[in-house]
Design a protein around this ligand. Structure first.
Ligand code: NDP
Ligand code: 8X3
Length: 255
């Protein structure tokens, strides 16, 4: 019998690495991507021949196409696509942000995700089966100061996924968005430009989600019977919830 193939973007850290490990342990052949070759190689050594590394930047459409074209025939029929590669850069208010950071988030979280989806989905539709899991965020739904473009890219991911599901209706292909809250990965180190102390503070004295928690959700969605589609799945640590609407107040001149 043909082994199931999962293509997971961004397996060199965080959710992607944990998902690659868990899917591999469930018997999937995992094609794992990322820009850091040495991390891909060390993950490959920890797994088995059922792991195939692909080193490329999702922001480069030609590199995406070339990498996927380089796969041997048995790995071209992707049963599960996990669009996970992504990042946040900065937490400044919009008017103080670095425009390059905004462009990097748009190029990675939006353009990279749609490029991979466009390359992989036709074969799934042709075969009449497959699952696409897009990693969004609670930032897609709940605004917070400093989320500006990051949250907007994730809102795109959530809405794109719903629209993709509408387009693929009747094709047998499933589409799910997973929207995690606070989770400890390399996310905050990247967001704060390598400032590990600031990143550590984001997770201090609280029970955050782990990469393994999110990977479990990915595996659960992927392993459900083929007639079940989870549309959106939002998860947070118990220690996180919602803020009130802030009201700006200042004394009014009543004269
Ligand atoms: P990590 O920083 O730990 O991992 C991010 C992964 O994305 C890495 O493997 C990285 O690989 C890859 N990646 C980033 N940019 C590119 C690129 N241009 N090309 C290819 N790969 C890239 O973060 P997380 O695991 O936390 O993040 C995974 C996803 O989850 C992201 O989409 C993030 O927005 C989302 N998320 C994270 C939350 C959190 O609190 N941690 C909560 C909600 C959503 P490499 O650097 O080797 O290229
Ligand atoms: C990452 C979670 O709350 O930092 O998407 O935006 S949050």
């Amino acid at each position: 019998m043909r082994r199931r193939v999962a293509l997971v973007t961004g397996v060199t850290a965080g959710f992607g690495e944990a998902a690659a490990r868990q899917l591999h342990d469930l018997g999937w052949h995992v094609v794992g991507t990322g820009r850091r070759l040495e991390r891909l190689e060390s993950l490959g050594s920890a797994l088995s021949e059922r792991f195939t590394p692909l080193c490329f930047d999702v922001r480069d459409p030609s590199a995406c196409a070339e990498a996927l074209d380089s796969l041997p025939d048995p790995l071209r029929a992707v049963d599960l696509l996990v669009n996970n590669a992504g990042l946040a850069r900065g937490l400044e208010p919009a008017h103080q942000c670095d425009l390059n950071d905004w462009q990097q988030m748009i190029d990675t979280n939006i353009k990279g995700l749609v490029t991979i989806t466009r390359l992989i989905s036709p074969e799934m539709v042709h075969r009449g089966s497959g699952t696409i899991i897009n990693i969004s965020s609670i930032a897609a739904v709940y605004p917070y100061p400093g989320a500006n473009v990051y949250g907007a890219t994730k809102a795109f991911v959530t809405q794109f996924s719903l629209n993709l599901r509408a387009d693929l209706h009747g094709s047998g292909v499933r589409v799910t968005t997973i929207e995690p809250g606070l989770a400890q990965t390399e996310f905050s180190v990247v967001r704060f430009g390598g400032d590990t102390e600031r990143a550590k503070a984001a997770y201090a004295d609280t029970d955050y989600l782990t990469a393994e928690d999110v990977a479990e959700a990915i595996c659960w969605v992927a392993e459900l019977p083929s007639h079940v589609n989870i549309n959106r799945l939002e998860l947070m640590p118990v220690s996180q919830s919602f803020g009130a609407f802030p009201i700006h107040r200042e004394p009014r001149d009543e004269s």
